[in-house]
Design a binder for this molecule. Structure first.
Ligand code: LR7
Ligand code: MN
Length: 594
């Protein structure tokens, strides 16, 4: 089996390298200078782009780990558009099953293995900052439910690979009663064989959700500081010291790294701009630009930034302080709301919450959550309701104005949480708004229209690189919309080329690697069902399903699906096209011509 695997990998890598040629035009694409306002949605960061962006070369030879993915794999450039290439049915299955179960490209995640080098996304000045040698030790708590094995192990190994061992007290994995066989069967022995010592695995006998799950992890921890991470993260160079130093200075300081973006479709790691946490009256977390008054260092953000809220998954906090502050609300279920709850609590009860620009941790941003709650409840609403009733005083009316149906909804017993607020003699919510989040707009709750929203449209238009018609070399036909070119969800087909047909010559290919027809809709392939034919969809600007490369070898390669656009049956007048395994055949060759 082992021999077979290595032979297979050698063959795959050979094919992979020989096919990698058309990624060349996109190398050295600079990191876009991103403005925080470009951050439109937490699951659709807008500012990262560019398949095949040149990654930094490895700085140190990494330790050889005994039980990891095929060795040759690690030598591969860890990212190029071809990383998601589908070679056979098994690849296809891994990819589709991965999207279905995890909502990200598990094929690429598996190919990356458990270790990879990352671009150092810190500001240059961070490299000059020095930290005290004596810092408190950290217990890293990672709670997971049905996580992809490779993503979980890459999270764990990134911590082991990039944390000085004298600072890493332990890693505590909390399995929140996952159902996946590999997590149930292989994880123990993997830990036993490879991670003995630093990594502890705790299993919940019943699904608790991430909030109680983290409390379980914290209860097992014995290090001085708790560091929470999601189970699909990768920590970057020198990530921990900048988090520990401010806690050492003041134990009531809670810190978050900058959360870099790992693309769900390509697994490309790219930097986030420096933004801070806010929220809206729907009690959803959002990113805000940092007000100039909060930018503590004159040129570029290096110094800590006060943040009204945290995203939730990635932060460090003194363990004693975590207990003193009331841990979490154990009445909250599965997912949602705990991030705002702990943020309000930190500020209102005498602590502070900081974002540390020199600490970088990547997180896979998915477009949907791949799991629900056991009973199908809306746990976000339940949890938000609890936090509103405990912490928001009269301002909970702002929430109810948007969610009137929740006004009378039962939210369980909150007496223990009210007692926490009493015991800690916390400030009012008005104090929090006035002093910590003055940017928040408060409207008369009877006028529900006033939700602060970000306007992103028109801020940035990708530059058009080429335009013209897309001619298929086998059939000599051109790619057109099957119906009206403005019809969302419409299919594309090939049709006799006609230079008088304005629509045909109206394809544009832009710097975001999008193919746009008639300036309106983007050529898009469903990531969930990559065997569906491509369609014309609203351009979402976040790469993935709308990201294509057209190389010298004339193939129209879909980056996120790992396949090429092909004419299905060259003799049929129907002109159907589909995504197919790239084989270099004429049916898969296209020319974009004036
Ligand atoms: O029942 C569950 N049990 C779990 O153990 C459900 C989830 N989990 C685990 C899960 O496997 C994962 O490791 O909990 C972790 C977080 O769940 P995600 O990754 O589904 O959450 P998210 O990244 O979609 O959502 C963000 O908001 C959540 C609100 O409850 C949590 O605070 C997440 O930690 C948080 N993630 C981040 O802050 C990362 C950056 C995202 C942004 C912006
Ligand atoms: Mn997450």
């Amino acid at each position: 089996g082992c021999l077979f695997t290595s032979v297979t990998w050698t063959v795959l890598l050979f094919i992979y390298f020989s096919l990698s040629q058309d990624s060349q035009p996109f190398r050295n694409v600079p990191v876009p200078g991103s403005h925080p306002l470009g951050y439109q949605h937490r699951f659709q960061p807008r500012f990262t782009r560019g398949p095949g962006r040149e990654l930094h070369p490895p700085k140190v030879e990494r330790r050889q780990q005994p039980h990891e993915a095929p060795v040759a794999n690690r030598k591969a450039p860890n990212l190029s558009p071809e990383m998601g290439m589908i070679f056979n049915e098994q690849d296809q299955e891994i990819r589709d099953m991965g999207y279905h179960k995890h909502a990200f490209n598990m094929l690429i995640s598996n190919r990356l293995g458990y270790h990879r080098d990352l671009p150092d996304t810190r500001n240059e000045k961070c490299k000059e900052v020095t930290y005290p040698l004596a810092l408190p030790t950290a217990s890293v708590v990672i709670c997971f439910f049905n996580e992809a094995f490779s993503a979980l192990l890459r999270t764990v190994h990134s911590v082991l690979d990039r944390t000085p061992s004298y600072l890493l007290h332990e890693i505590i994995l909390v399995d929140d009663n996952s159902e996946l066989a590999d997590l149930k069967e292989d994880l123990d022995s993997y830990i036993e064989q490879n991670l003995q010592g630093k990594v502890k695995l705790v299993r919940n006998e019943e699904r608790q959700g991430l909030i109680r799950g983290r409390m379980v992890g914290a209860a097992h921890a014995t290090g001085k500081v708790l560091v929470f991470l999601d189970s699909h993260c990768e920590v970057n160079e020198m990530w921990l010291e900048p988090l520990l130093a401010p806690i050492k200075q003041d134990r009531r300081t809670v810190v978050c790294p900058v959360i870099d973006i790992i693309s769900a479709d390509t697994l490309v790691y790219s930097p986030s701009p420096i933004v801070r946490g806010g929220f809206n009256w729907g009690l959803h977390f959002k990113w805000d630009p940092v007000p100039p008054s909060e930018l503590n260092s004159p040129n570029g953000a290096v110094a800590p930034i006060r943040s009204p809220t945290m995203a939730g998954g990635l932060f460090a906090m003194d363990r004693g302080y975590f207990d003193e502050l009331g841990q979490y609300d154990s009445g909250m279920d599965i997912w949602g709301g705990e991030n705002l709850e702990i943020s309000f609590r930190i500020w209102m009860c005498g602590g502070q919450l900081l974002i540390i620009p020199c600490s970088r941790v990547g997180h896979i941003f998915r477009k949907r959550r791949p799991y629900g709650s056991p009973g199908g409840q809306d746990t976000m609403a339940h949890n938000s309701l609890r936090l509103a009733h405990v912490w928001m005083d009269e301002y909970k009316e702002q929430y109810f104005a948007l969610r009137p149906e929740l006004r009378s909804r039962d939210y369980g017993d909150i007496s223990e949480r009210l007692a926490v607020r009493q015991r800690l003699k916390c400030h009012s919510f008005k104090w929090y708004l006035d002093n910590i989040y003055p940017e928040m707009q408060v409207s008369d709750p009877r006028n529900k229209a006033q939700q602060p929203v970000f306007v992103n449209k028109g801020l940035r238009r990708p530059k058009v690189l080429r335009r013209g018609r897309l001619r298929n070399l086998q059939t000599d036909k051109c790619l057109v919309a099957q119906g009206r070119p403005s019809q969302k969800g419409g299919m594309v087909v090939v049709h006799a080329c006609d230079s008088h047909d304005a629509e045909q010559v109206n394809w544009t290919y832009d710097e975001e690697h999008e193919f746009i027809l008639a300036g309106m809709l983007c050529l898009d392939v469903s990531e969930m069902r990559s065997s569906d034919p491509p369609r014309l969809m609203k351009c979402h600007g976040s790469g993935g399903s709308q990201q294509w490369t057209l190389g010298k070898n004339s193939r129209l390669y879909q980056v996120s699906v790992g396949k090429c656009l092909a004419v299905l049956d060259p003799l049929s007048h129907k002109g159907y096209v589909a995504m197919a395994i790239c084989d270099g055949s004429l049916a898969q060759q296209w020319r974009l011509e004036d």
